[in-house]
Write a protein of this length. Structure first.
Length: 177
């Protein structure tokens, strides 16, 4: 009962609005047209529940079969795809994980599930990874009334950094385009 099971849930074509919006924002707001498609998957690491409860939760808690595709352990991807996941740090509240735990307790009140969630992004298209390309640690969005000139050459990012304030230093910068 203590084995960790990993599943990925992705919206089916026609229902993947969040991925389409992100792709549109990258294209329109940043002017990066080399990204052909974005896929967004919710990753769940589930442990401390029985096989029966897990099977039932897969189609009721983690996914909605009419609109979601569910993948166990891994998901289909191509060699050229850039994949990264974003998850909460230990100690930070994860509402998605907490809701899933509560829903599993409705299925079987005797089990105390442990769930960790992450959002996995798959970028399809040309993505260039450059080490020490930009001298920034964090990019903080600010309102258009507070906009300042970025302290980097505009042609490094093709002028796409204008609405952002850039500060400090990083090891690796991911440049799309």
């Amino acid at each position: 009962m203590s084995t960790v099971r990993r599943i990925y849930v992705e919206k089916k074509p026609g229902f993947h609005i969040e991925a389409q919006e992100l792709e549109r924002e990258i294209s329109h707001y940043l002017g990066i047209h080399s990204v052909k498609e974005i896929r967004i998957l919710n990753r769940y690491d589930v442990e401390n529940i029985s096989d029966e409860t897990f099977a039932r939760a897969c189609s009721t808690v983690f996914s909605e079969p009419p609109v979601d595709d569910l993948f166990h352990d891994d998901f289909p991807k191509n060699a050229g795809n850039r994949i990264f996941s974003v998850e909460f740090l230990p100690g930070q509240f994860d509402q998605r994980a907490d809701s899933a735990v509560q829903c599993i307790q409705f299925i079987n009140e005797n089990e105390q599930a442990i769930i960790r969630c992450a959002k996995t992004y798959v970028v399809i298209g040309k993505v260039v990874l450059m080490s020490n390309a930009i001298d920034v640690t964090s990019i903080t969005a600010i309102s258009s009334t507070q906009r300042t000139k970025p302290p980097v050459e505009p042609n490094i990012l093709k002028g796409k950094l204008t609405p952002l304030l850039v500060k400090e230093k990083c090891e690796v910068a991911l440049i799309l385009g």
